[in-house]
Design a protein around this ligand. Sequence first.
Ligand code: FAD
Ligand code: 2HG
Ligand code: ZN
Length: 467
Amino acid sequence: MLETLRSAFAGRLLLDDAEKAPYLTDWRSKWTGRALAVVQPDSAADVAAVVRWCIANDAVVVPQGGNTGMSGAATPDDSGRAVVVSLARMNRIRDLDAINNTMTVEAGCVLQSIQEEAERNDRLFPLSLSAEGSCMIGGNLSTNAGGVGVLRFGNARDLCLGLEVVTAEGEIWNGLRGLRKDNSGYDLRDLFIGAEGTLGIITAATLKLFPLPRARLCAWASVANVDDALAILALAQQKIGARLTAFELMSNNCVDLLLEQFPALRWPTSERSAWYVLLEVSDPDGDIEANAALESVLELAFEKSLLSDATIATNLSQTHEFWALRENMGEAQVKAGKNIKHDISVPISKFPSFIAATNALIESQFSDARMIVFGHLGDGNLHYNVSPKTGATGERFTQIEPAINRIVHDAVDACGGSISAEHGLGVLRRNEALRYKSDVEMKLQRAIKHALDPRGIMNPGKGMGAV
Ligand code: FAD
Ligand code: 2HG
Ligand code: ZN
């Protein structure tokens, strides 16, 4: 039967166990599955042919980009019925229209290569996350990735004007429109964005570009509490508006974890405090202007006693060094071992009371829990993670994981928040989502899945497609 798959399309077919293995496990080795085959098509027509082969042969389709996802959504289940469709070979830049400020790229383009192509054309593609050297734009759009530029530029969804998609029927929908206004019907693009590969396969996208800022500078500031961090955010937004492009938060526990795992890293502020913020300013004019903008915010914050210490990166290389501290958090947690992740969002005004109450609840019930709280405070999205303290075992944390999830997610729900802000539901959160969504919402979600994928062949068992 697999011989017919070989002749159905022109790309690469991987059948050997050793060749398939990297596509059957996620990057954290948390989930592993099985697959009939892994295919790497060369074109949208190839992808469509693979989908039609799957329909004819009772197989299911698991789309995969860079396999950097956090929720297990790109890993096949263990039924062995899946064909993993890796978009890695579809990595051409089809067009860059500098006047329209758009770029059309294939789904397998690595995010960093898109940023670099934009920069070569004196433009900015602002989606930015630590996995940018390996995640692919099809995966970014399918997870509606966030990252560190959302405060100013929005999520992946906000950066996409059009899509080309292979449907669950094996047809190609060409919606590659570079339009900023289009009210001519239901928004199909927005259905496929964030769908975690459960409605179709994105094969290309038209992306928005922005003017390239002349300078990017950042600073670390030490703050006593989250209220003060929010007050600095408000000050910065009022004083420098859209030039504030990132506002990240990190707790002191995170710094300890980071320095334990990467002892060569140097911490930029002289004294340790309970919390830190990383602010970034992008300026159309240059370093002097960016520095002045940052200084004005930090001085005002200092006068108002909102921070105890702050260090501004004096040049681009120091800016990269500062960002490396934040960007290494994901890796540090993997190196440290067990880590229970909660990718949550709440209205930012509620974060101080949410963190105080939820930390207290978890620490009173689980004295061996180490709270690892960091993330995109400016977007109302924190990674409210829980790790074992030294001496506590990963096995015990696997046992208590459901109880900890319940505490965190009930508290998030009580604040009107979301249990998946930017990582998607995947297999990690698909069942818990049922607890927090209304019957009406679930009815509508299921209706969309049924309308676009009536056979249920697209990435079964993942996200909203599973429930
Ligand atoms: P994959 O992991 O391959 O797939 C993710 C999902 O998209 C799966 O459901 C898959 O089936 C589907 N999919 C992939 N390609 C397609 C396609 N062409 N068509 C249809 N469906 C498709 N995420 C954030 O949002 N913000 C962060 O700050 C962030 N930081 C990270 C830091 C690190 C160190 C790492 C490792 C990950 C981070 N992530 C972050 C998570 C991850 O990088 C993003 O979710 C990213 O968007 C996934 O892209 P990918 O190409 O790796 O997708
Ligand atoms: C980040 O912001 C990623 O660094 C990863 O979204 C979050 O490790 C995490 O929990
Ligand atoms: Zn994040």
